[in-house]
Design a binder for this molecule. Structure first.
Ligand code: ARG
Length: 470
């Protein structure tokens, strides 16, 4: 064992090392178990780097060719599961470089010219986030489309809107779905900000001071399709803001999905009965035969905890680090990977749940009539007839109390009873009491009235279509 690590130390870090590193050092420093996931980005980065080295005369055309061919072959081996990763080679960079050198000899040994693992890992993580962001964006768009379709096809469904989880006013179900759609569109903006932050190449910073070669950093960035290069070599290798932007986006998305899931859990309960989740996304109980549990919604809600955890982990890991690279930075990977996986899984779960949702319009209607959902409309009615709003509010409050005490039906109060409370009540009050027509009385922009919802649907679609073009 000792012998092995001794040679390994020498093999990895060269002449500086005579003694062996211990087993615990290897176990603590190896990251290959998780950073193997960066192999595509690592290879793409190396090819771009090698092309730049050739362009600037540091590598010959033959060397570049050997490197590109070798790296492609290694990529294929990894893809097909034939590549043997070694923990003693620590990370993805060393595993790939060692395999390359084994294949092509000296040209492989030249690849690391004008580069350090410090700028290499910063690049890999940026490329990885850019790749994943594309998939995640697509999932958000799908989810927003599902919500928009639900809004469109159920535009006439009226349900209670809540404040304090108490029935407040009637709203269209569409308005509720669109409220979540807008939150998701803001999440997309946050994802875009993370993408913009990631789209700068740190390569060429070397270990941290820059490199002793006339490299062309912009060329490498261009090869990689990135927007530009980072400005300062020290900042380049220590900055993880782009990763933080991403895990923050993920935490916010989790927050939004979790709130939505809380509603799905409530609405699918017997007490609300507003929706039915399909068999595909519900589970039974091993003891209670009647159960249909909304597990997916609960899991998306629960997973939000890990997304917050990843954000706090990363913030905390970074806060005490002096410039520039410190090995602590290696701890960023698993947090970022977990946020990527969790967000993708949660979005897929949401799409599955909402695509198969069944809406129980009768239960929604019953809830509107069980409560005094049009009390505000009544107060506004009086206000329109000249009663000061505060006084109108007082009068309707008295009416509600009367109904509660006498058991009278608020929605079917005879005109004489109403007149006993205010002489301003007239025949037209029937329509005002009707919760199903209440949304149409909302006149303000962005309200739950049909016309305003149609405008929102068009606006959301335009945003989604606009993106399809670019
Ligand atoms: N595996 C390392 C990481 O994830 C790569 C950079 C290592 N650099 C170093 N100087 N030890 O951060």
């Amino acid at each position: 064992m000792k012998k092995k690590t001794e040679t390994k130390n020498k093999k990895l870090w060269g002449g500086r090392f005579a003694g062996a590193s211990s087993d615990i050092t290897e176990r603590m420093s190896a990251s290959i178990q998780y950073d193997a996931r960066l192999y595509r980005q690592d290879i793409r980065g190396s090819i771009a780097h090698a092309r730049m080295l050739k362009k600037t005369g540091i590598l010959t055309a033959a060397e570049l060719e050997a490197i590109e061919k070798g790296l492609r072959a290694i990529e294929k081996e990894i893809e097909e599961g034939r590549f043997e990763f070694s923990a003693s080679l620590e990370d993805i960079h060393m595993n790939i470089e060692a395999a390359l050198t084994e294949r092509i000899g000296d040209a492989g040994r030249k690849l690391h010219t004008a580069r350090s693992r410090n700028d290499q890992i910063a690049l890999d993580l940026r490329l990885y986030l850019l790749d994943e962001a594309e998939d995640i964006d697509r999932l958000i768009v799908s989810l927003v489309s599902v919500l928009t379709t639900l809004a469109e096809t159920n535009i006439d469904v009226v349900m209670p809107g809540y404040t304090h989880l108490q029935v407040a006013q009637p709203v269209r179900f569409a308005q509720h779905m669109l409220a979540h759609a807008w939150a998701l569109l803001r999440d997309r903006e946050r994802l875009r900000r993370a993408e913009r932050a990631s789209s700068l190449s740190p390569l060429g910073a070397g270990a941290m001071a820059g490199v002793n070669y006339p490299t062309d950093r912009a060329y490498t960035a261009g090869e990689l399709g990135l927007a530009g290069i980072t400005a300062n070599s020290m900042d380049s290798v220590s900055d993880r803001d782009f990763a933080l932007d991403f895990v923050y986006f993920a935490a916010m998305l989790g927050l939004h999905l979790s709130r939505f899931c809380e509603e799905l859990v409530l609405w699918s309960s017997a007490e609300f009965g507003f929706i039915r989740l399909s068999d595909e996304v519900t589970t039974g109980s091993s003891i209670m035969p009647q159960k249909r549990n909304p597990d997916l919604a609960e899991l998306v809600r629960g997973k939000t905890g890990r997304l917050y955890g990843n954000l706090v982990s990363l913030l905390t890991m970074l806060k005490g680090l002096p410039l520039t690279y410190n090995r602590d930075l290696q701890e960023d990977k698993e947090r970022v990977f977990d946020s990527v996986d969790t967000v993708k899984l949660s979005l897929e779960g949401m799409i599955a749940m909402l695509s198969g949702i069944r809406i129980n319009t009768e239960a929604m209607k019953a809830a509107l009539y069980r409560n005094f959902s049009t009390a505000t409309d009544l107060a506004d009615y009086l206000a329109r007839k000249g009663v000061p709003f505060r006084q109108a509010h007082e009068i309707v409050g008295g009416l509600v109390r009367h109904c509660e005490e006498s058991g009278a039906d608020f929605f079917a109060l005879p005109l004489e009873t109403l007149r006993g409370f205010s002489e301003h009540f007239g025949e037209d009050i029937r329509e005002i009491l009707n919760p199903e027509s209440s949304p149409e009385r909302k006149l303000s922009a962005g309200s739950t009235a049909r016309g305003e919802i149609e405008k929102q649907i068009a606006a959301v679609k335009k945003i989604l279509e606009g993106d399809a073009d670019d």
